[in-house]
Ligand binder design. Structure first.
Ligand code: TYD
Length: 141
């Protein structure tokens, strides 16, 4: 059985016909949380980094709907990196994971589907705070 306490790549449905491809998400069936918000990151200048935080409650699915970028994640014990470049794949990130996004290609668009409405209170933006909190948890990666 799939363990959605852990970050992982989720394959999304891909409907292919002669007119092209279509991919969709539907809370509960294609993604492991109820979708409350979507935002997207684009026009990232070469060499810039996004992210640099973790969340207390928020679960997230990151999708490269165009171009490519890298997502580097840590549970405070170890790091893993993923290159996202397929519009039919999402990286699921549960709460308690530090993430940075970098190596954006020209024209890359990062679609982010998330489980919570926006509140700054859900962010941990200080890496030392994150490290302290992570030591209170078992490793997630
Ligand atoms: P932030 O989450 O720090 O960006 P990144 O995804 O690169 O880590 O958000 C950047 C700014 O945008 C910050 O001031 C908060 C604001 N913001 C909103 O107002 N609403 C949102 O839904 C999001 C994701 C960010």
């Amino acid at each position: 059985m799939t363990d959605f306490t852990k970050p992982q790549i989720i394959q999304l449905p891909k409907i292919h016909d002669l007119r092209g491809n279509l991919t969709f998400v539907q809370g509960g069936s294609t993604i492991p949380f109820e979708l409350k918000r979507a935002y997207w990151i684009y026009d990232v200048p070469a060499g810039e980094e996004r992210g640099g935080h973790s969340h207390h409650e928020m679960s997230q699915l990151l999708i490269a709907v165009g171009g490519s970028f890298d997502v580097n994640i840590s549970d405070g014990y170890s790091w893993r990196s993923f290159t996202l470049n397929r519009p039919f794949e999402g990286l699921f990130i549960p709460p308690g994971i530090w993430r940075t996004l970098d190596n954006f290609s020209s024209g890359a668009v990062c679609l982010s589907l998330v489980s919570n409405e926006f509140t700054e209170d859900d962010y941990v933006r200080d890496y030392e705070d994150f490290k302290r909190l992570s030591q209170l948890r078992e490793p997630i990666l």
